[in-house]
Design a protein around this ligand. Structure first.
Ligand SMILES: Cc1cc2nc3c(=O)[nH]c(=O)nc-3n(C[C@H](O)[C@H](O)[C@H](O)COP(=O)(O)OP(=O)(O)OC[C@H]3O[C@@H](n4cnc5c(N)ncnc54)[C@H](O)[C@@H]3O)c2cc1C
Ligand code: FES
Length: 341
C-alpha cells in the first residue's frame, strides 16, 4: 500500500532522523524538512549542484539523464546522486555536509524595490525571522517564489548577496529580468514593497580575503551583485592590494553603480573600475573602453601569474574569460567564479 502521511524515515548522517511524506524528490522533501540543498536550477536537473551521497535507499532507482550528465563513474559507484532526481519512496540514509545543515530558512519583508537599469532591479529585504543572517562576500541565497500565474508550485531560485556582509538585518539582491522567467517575472512584475518573501541561505563559498598579490574582478549584468559585496567588504577591511574590476555591458543604459564604484576608487588603496561597452549607441557618446569584456581584460592584463580572480555573469562570458586568464598564466586554484545559469 502506498503511504501518504509522514511515514518514511530519512536518516541524515549518523545522528539525525526526519519523518517525511513519500513521493516527492529528495531535494524537495529535504527543503520541506528545513534542509536546503544548493541548486541553481530549482530542482530541474540542470545544474548538478544538488549532489548528495546516499549510502542506501535509492539503489532501485536508475540514474536519470541529468545524473548521467553531471556525475562521473566514480561518483556513481560511490553513491553520489542528484537529490532532485531521486524520489523518496522508502526509508533512506543520506549524508549531508555539516555546512549545509547550518543553512537557515528566513522570513523576509521587501523594504524597497528600485530599477537600476531597464532590466535590473534592486531588491532590499528586511530579515524578520530570524532577524539576522551571517554571510560572506560571494555567497548566495535561494528565494522561494510562491505559486502564481506562471507556476502552479512554489519554486526556488538562486541570487547572490549584494550588500556589505557587515550590514545586519537586511540583505540586497540585484535581479535581472529574463523574459518569461518564472522568478524574475514575479520579482519584476508582481513583487511589491511590504510583501513577504521566504529565503534560505547562505550558500556557496566566500571569495577569500587573502591570497596572491593582485585581484581581478570581472562581471557582466547582474554579476555586479556579488562583486559589489566583495568590494564593500574590501573597503571595510581596508584592502591594500591592487584591485581591478572589469564590468562588461552592451550600451550605456546597461551600466549602473558607476558613482558607487568611483566612490570606492577613492576609498581603496589601489582600485580601478573599468566599464566597457560592447555595442555603445551613437547617443551614448562613449569615450571609455569598447569591445567584449574578454578582449578588454586581455588588453589590460599583461601577466596574471601573481593574481587571483573572481568572475560572475553568463556561462559564455565566464568560459571566454577563463581562457584569457589561463593564457596569462593564472592557475585554476586562484580563479573563483559563479555562472548565472
Ligand atoms: C550561484 C548563482 C547566483 C545567481 N545570482 C543571480 C543574481 O544575483 N542576479 C540574477 O539576476 N540572477 C542570478 N542568478 C540566476 C538566477 O538564479 C535565475 O536563474 C534567473 O533569475 C532566471 O530565473 P527565472 O526563474 O526568471 O527563469 P527560468 O524560469 O528559470 O527560465 C526561463 C527561461 O529563460 C532561460 N534563462 C534562465 N536564466 C537565464 C539567463 N540568465 N539569461 C538568459 N536566459 C535565461 C531558461 O533556460 C528558460 O528557458 C544566479 C544563478 C546562480 C547559479
Ligand atoms: S537542483 Fe539543479 S540538478 Fe538538481
Amino acid at each position: 500500500m502506498l503511504g501518504s502521511m509522514a511515514d518514511i524515515k530519512i536518516k541524515i548522517n549518523t545522528d539525525r532522523e526526519v519523518m517525511v511524506k513519500q513521493g516527492d524528490s529528495l531535494y524537495a522533501t529535504l527543503a520541506d524538512a528545513g534542509v536546503f540543498v544548493p541548486s541553481a536550477c530549482g530542482g530541474r536537473g540542470g545544474c548538478g549542484l544538488c549532489r548528495l551521497t546516499i549510502p542506501n535507499g535509492v539503489e532501485s532507482q536508475p540514474f536519470t539523464k541529468p545524473e548521467k550528465h553531471w556525475l562521473t563513474d566514480e561518483d556513481r559507484t560511490s553513491g553520489v546522486r542528484l537529490s532532485c532526481q531521486v524520489k523518496v519512496l522508502n526509508d533512506l540514509h543520506v549524508n549531508i555536509p555539516e555546512q549545509l545543515l547550518k543553512v537557515k530558512a528566513c522570513q523576509t519583508q521587501v523594504v524597497s524595490l528600485r530599477n537600476l537599469t531597464y532590466d535590473i532591479k534592486e531588491v532590499r529585504l528586511k530579515l524578520l525571522k530570524p532577524d539576522n543572517m551571517e554571510f560572506k562576500p560571494g555567497q548566495y541565497i535561494q528565494v522561494r517564489i510562491p505559486p502564481y500565474e506562471l507556476s502552479r508550485l512554489p519554486i526556488f531560485r538562486t541570487y547572490s548577496l549584494a550588500n556589505d556582509p557587515a550590514e545586519s538585518g537586511e540583505i540586497e539582491l540585484e535581479v535581472r529580468y529574463v523574459p518569461n522567467g518564472i522568478s524574475t517575472t514575479y520579482i519584476h512584475q508582481y513583487l511589491k514593497e511590504g510583501d513577504f518573501l521566504s529565503i534560505n541561505g547562505p550558500h556557496g563559498n566566500a571569495f577569500p580575503s587573502d591570497g596572491p598579490g593582485n585581484i581581478i574582478l570581472i562581471a557582466g549584468g547582474s554579476g555586479m551583485s556579488p562583486v559589489k559585496s566583495i568590494l564593500l567588504d574590501m573597503v571595510a577591511r581596508r584592502e591594500k592590494r591592487t584591485v581591478r574590476y572589469y564590468f562588461g555591458a552592451k550600451a550605456l543604459r546597461d551600466l549602473f553603480f558607476v558613482d558607487l564604484m568611483r566612490e570606492i576608487e577613492k576609498k581603496l588603496a589601489d582600485f580601478r573600475f573599468v566599464p566597457a561597452l560592447s555595442e555603445p549607441m551613437p547617443e551614448d557618446n562613449w569615450s571609455g573602453e569598447r569591445g567584449l569584456i574578454t578582449d578588454v581584460v586581455a588588453r589590460h592584463l599583461p601577466d596574471a601569474k601573481d593574481t587571483m580572480a573572481y568572475l560572475c555573469g553568463s556561462p559564455l562570458m565566464i568560459d571566454a574569460c577563463l581562457k584569457v586568464l589561463k593564457s596569462k598564466g593564472m592557475t585554476d586554484k586562484h580563479i573563483y567564479y559563479d555562472k548565472f545559469a
